[in-house]
Design a protein around this ligand. Structure first.
Ligand code: ZN
Ligand code: ZN
Length: 357
């Protein structure tokens, strides 16, 4: 069964039709990445609505199971016409994407339709399990990200600014094939490394830890990695902190496999960090799913329900960190997949022993 057929099966159990409005879910179902169209899906029909700007690429690249419709009189009018043609009475929408304003416009254009929430839930469930083609897209995105890390190790000099490091990572990834960035690049040094999601500054690299968290978007899929290096020499206290993060990360990776609880895996890393005395210094979750979006299900978190287990097809990050407020911090992040036999594939090949530059 194709993705579209699986979605149609889910939708017919709930409504007559579904309107897919987020670019991510439109890409997932139709293969076409664009910002301004809709998919209208019924039990026995699927339409891709595109205006003049996107009509050529839509006809060329969208899954042929979709009938491409040129929108000339407005998106909602076209939806209304097709809903009328198929005599649909209920419409499933993406509850996590459709704004109240968009829903009001839709209801005004299609007055008799009953709007039902639930498309996000169905598609989140579908997207959390990656197929072989998705895994190779993610692997390619991470390979490029690893190459960017090798490049930046050669490139870093003490007189650079944080923003130079971030831009060079971004430029390298774009120049070598990335369609875009998976998220805003983090490159924070010295005292700023204590902020897990600090913004690169227009300031010379401080001595001490330099944390770089970055990823590419390639083939529609994201990668995500973090490495922390040292500008200058690490003192004993820095080495101890780094080794604790590394041990926590390696232990979580070793414990990861199909059937392990998402909460239990978080605890593997968290217990090591707490056991070393860094209580209250690892204030984020161990990891998150990655795919078309940089943050997807599942979450590896102390707040995850007991019933949430790692399953074949999941792609998640493993990224413990220790942050000492006002002083410095360190994070190490790899991205892994759970394979059909329950074993783990680590996409991230970059070294993670302490590097002093
Ligand atoms: Zn990251
Ligand atoms: Zn991450």
């Amino acid at each position: 069964m194709t993705r579209l057929e699986r979605f149609q099966k889910e939708l017919t159990a709930r409504t007559d039709a579904a309107l897919i409005t987020s670019p991510q879910n439109q890409f997932y179902l139709s293969g076409l990445h664009y910002d301004d169209g809709y998919l209208l899906i019924l039990a026995d029909a699927a339409y891709l609505l595109a205006d003049f700007r996107y009509i050529e690429v839509a006809r060329r690249e969208a899954d042929p199971a979709f009938t491409v419709v040129l929108v000339e009189k407005g998106m909602n009018k076209t939806v209304a016409e097709l809903i009328g043609k198929h005599k649909a009475e209920s419409l499933l929408v993406e509850e996590a994407h459709m704004t109240l304003a968009a829903e009001a416009r839709l209801s005004a254009a299609v007055p008799r339709i009953s709007v039902v929430r639930g498309a996000t839930e169905i598609l989140t469930e579908m997207r959390v399990l990656k197929d072989a083609r998705e895994l190779s897209a993610i692997a390619a995105a991470q390979e490029l990200t690893d190459a960017a890390f090798s490049h930046i190790l050669e490139y870093i000099r003490p007189d650079l600014r944080e923003i130079d490091v971030a831009l060079e990572l971004e430029f390298f990834m774009r120049k070598n094939g990335a369609e875009g960035l998976a998220f805003d690049t983090i490159a924070v040094s010295g005292s700023a490394s204590s902020m897990p999601h600090g913004v690169p500054r227009d300031r010379k690299l401080e001595k001490g830890f330099l944390t770089m968290d970055f990823g590419a978007r390639l083939g529609g899929y994201c990668s995500d990695m973090t490495r922390t290096v040292v500008i200058g020499k690490a003192d004993d206290e820095m080495k101890r902190l780094y080794e604790t993060v590394l041990t926590a990360q390696k232990s979580a990776l070793a414990a990861a496999r199909g059937g392990v609880g998402c909460k239990a895996l978080d605890a593997v890393a968290r217990d090591i960090i707490h056991g070393a005395g860094y209580v209250g210094c690892f204030g984020h979750s161990l990891g998150h799913g990655v795919g078309i979006d940089i943050h997807e299900a599942p979450r590896l978190s102390s707040a995850a329900p007991q019933a949430d287990l790692l399953r074949p097809g999941h792609v998640v990050t493993v990224e413990p960190g220790i942050y000492l407020e006002g002083k410095y911090g360190c994070r190490i992040e790899d991205m892994i997949a759970v394979l059909p036999d329950g074993s783990i594939r680590n996409f991230t090949q970059s070294p993670k022993e302490l590097i002093e530059l």
